[in-house]
Design a protein. Sequence first.
Length: 310
Amino acid sequence: MEKLLVICGPTATGKTGLALKLAKRLKGEIVSFDSRQVYKGMDIVTGKDVLGAKFKDGFYLIKGVKIWLYDLVEPDYQFNVADFVKEAEKVIKDIWQRGKLPILAGGTGFYLKALLEGIESLGILPDFVLREELSSLKLTELQKRLKKFNPQRWVKMNASDQKNPRRLIRAIEVSLKKDKVLKKSSLKANLLKIGLKTSLKDLYHLVDQRVEKRVEEGAEKEIKTLMNKGYKFKNSILGTTIGYRQWRPYFEGKKTKKEAIFAWKNAEHGYVRRQLTWFRKEKGIKWFDILSRGWQDKVERTVFLWYTKK
């Protein structure tokens, strides 16, 4: 069975750096699972770290390692999980065919789960007529309908989602059409999942440092460049992406640059918490504390033993 390595965890834990190191040692290639690094021109704010690297034949070559699934679409395209699974499966199978090790690296847990396990909503397109009909209903009526159409889905939802009209509407939409599309992963692999983490306090500090670094590298200029190309907050992915949308009040003259940066840091903190919550629920992840002594050596030993075992 082909082998597939996963490097996951919250933002600012050095996942790509570790993946690059392991890829060089094991003759691997990196496949990103980041829902925002797929967008062209969104480099500094998303932490794509491709400065000076060349994009050719669908990949960036960084330190001699190929990184796939960067720069797939323009910021006005609504890239979704179905798009990701389609592209990722194609790239991973190609890497296997060339005798290399695919290394999945990223922090979008939903994308990873969809790729490895499959999800029932994958490929079910929005039904805007149905959504308009459901949007007029009260929260209690939406809850009642989901319980009727898919009681198992209702039970699996957390308390927050059970009170979220948008998530309830999508769950009803999927429940009504799930007999038409049910996606299962086509990837059969010997899988090793490595998770990187540390204390929440230290993660916040690392995030803040990274935000400051991105500001110094030209985050504001990057956003201006995208806006000058016609990508506005209201008609592109900029309006829903952490690190971009927090700058909107600044460009509208409603906040200072300092306030925009502070809001960006706080938004990243919230994202870290959500990532930790997601990945803690996932099974089979071997966790390593990135601030513990010798953690990288331990990771390398774990990966090497797994990779060389027949």
